[in-house]
Write a protein that binds this ligand. Structure first.
Ligand code: OSB
Ligand code: MG
Length: 375
């Protein structure tokens, strides 16, 4: 397609409850939506198409170096001019068009997602079909933030288990690790359980982390810093619990290095963190070839990104439940028709494109600013 205009829209949505990790507390969801418009050449002529992307950069650079207004700036000043200069933009050429910009995978991913949505919608193909996803439903895991007390945690986990969630992930940090895990195991028995440290430990904490081995966890996610690949490899020698990397896996090359170094036995794929769904698919394929289980991570996406993640989670190598919970885990009212978790799973969207579009009234309600950039 040839791009004619791109809208950069900021939205703010209330969260049902604050979400606390080792890097801070989210009180509300702030997102940057990218809407591309262009002309798509098809065998029967040229059609006008539009597509939506969601940037998962957080308001502050606490999970990765990117942050939302920075992503907006990179898109407006550097990526969009390069994309507007191109005669032809396809999802497959987005990475090359953005290659002159170092880093900023979340900004790039949002733009690629919008181009992909426009193309797939124009051709009547669903993202699931495009990715080669095979399942109609995927198991739904839930990420549980750090709670004010163990008693509260038990209530929160009990509620998610009652709703049917297929796997529980507990956020941990120094001072909130062995005790909450022990309490959840003691209360709920042999449920599928894993933990996520968001890089809050160092190798000096190996003895403490080894105590988690007593609890039969599926995995421990990103215990050490994002650039501590070698240290993760050393830690892996000391733990029985499989290490799963999240923040460290920024590309298919990083994934290959982590596997080769034996720094990770499982990989969390987040399309935003790796520059888009195409790189996400390459990581999936690499891991599958190496017998490394993968699962789809989450970044508190609105229904737009959530539906797209469900399609990724339906790929054959995603053999562990992802952080693809129902919309109502975070939002009383989502931006789109909700993603619904029922009986521990969510349905893979089959509609053309991402499978969801913003509801016009919700979009108007949640929007805080819109900038339109033209060719
Ligand atoms: O580390 O997986 C993470 C949310 C924001 C930033 C980082 C992470 C998370 C989650 C997933 O834990 C939450 C979700 O979208 O379900
Ligand atoms: Mg994580």
């Amino acid at each position: 397609m040839q791009l004619t205009s791109v809208e950069l829209r900021h939205i703010t949505m209330p969260l049902r409850s604050p979400f606390t990790t080792s890097f801070g507390t989210e009180e509300e969801k702030i997102a940057l939506l990218v809407r591309v418009a262009g002309e798509l050449r098809t065998p029967t002529g040229t059609v006008e198409v539009t597509g939506w992307g969601e940037c998962v950069a957080m308001a502050e650079p606490v999970y990765s170096a990117e942050y939302l207004t920075g992503a907006h700036e990179v898109l407006r000043r550097f990526l969009l001019p390069a994309f507007f200069r191109a005669e032809e933009v396809t999802a497959e050429t987005c990475a090359a068009l953005g290659a002159g910009v170092v880093g900023h995978p979340m900004a790039k991913a949002a733009l690629e997602m919008a181009v992909l949505d426009a193309e797939l919608t124009g051709r009547g193909v669903s993202l699931a079909e495009y990715l080669g996803a095979q399942r109609r439903r995927v198991p739904s895991g839930v990420s549980v933030g750090i709670q004010p007390s163990v008693a509260t945690l038990i209530d929160v986990v009990a509620d998610y288990l009652e709703q049917g969630y297929a796997r529980i992930k507990l956020k941990i940090q120094p001072g909130w690790d062995v005790e909450p895990v022990r309490a959840v195991r003691a209360r709920f028995g042999d449920i599928p359980l894993q933990v996520d440290a968001n890089a809050a430990y160092t190798l000096a904490d190996a003895d403490l982390l080894r105590r988690l081995d007593d609890f039969g966890l599926l995995l421990v996610e990103q215990p050490l810093a994002h650039d501590d690949l070698r240290q993760h490899a050393e830690l892996a020698q000391l733990l029985r619990t499989p290490i799963c990397l999240d923040e460290s896996i920024t590309s298919v090359r990083a994934a290959a290095d982590a596997i080769a170094l034996r720094a990770t036995r499982v990989i969390n794929i987040k399309p935003g963190r790796v520059g888009g769904y195409l790189e996400a698919r390459r990581i999936h394929d690499l891991c599958r070839a190496h017998g490394v289980p993968v699962w789809c991570g989450g970044m508190l996406e609105t229904g737009l990104g959530r539906a797209a993640n469900v399609a990724l989670a339906a790929m054959p190598g995603c053999t562990l439940p992802g952080d693809v919970s129902g919309s109502d885990r975070f939002y009383a009212r989502d931006l789109t028709e909700p993603v619904v978790m029922r009986g521990g799973s969510v349905e893979v969207p089959q509609a053309p494109g991402l499978g969801r579009i913003p509801l016009p009234d919700r979009l108007a309600e949640f929007s805080t600013s819109v900038e339109t950039v033209r060719r």
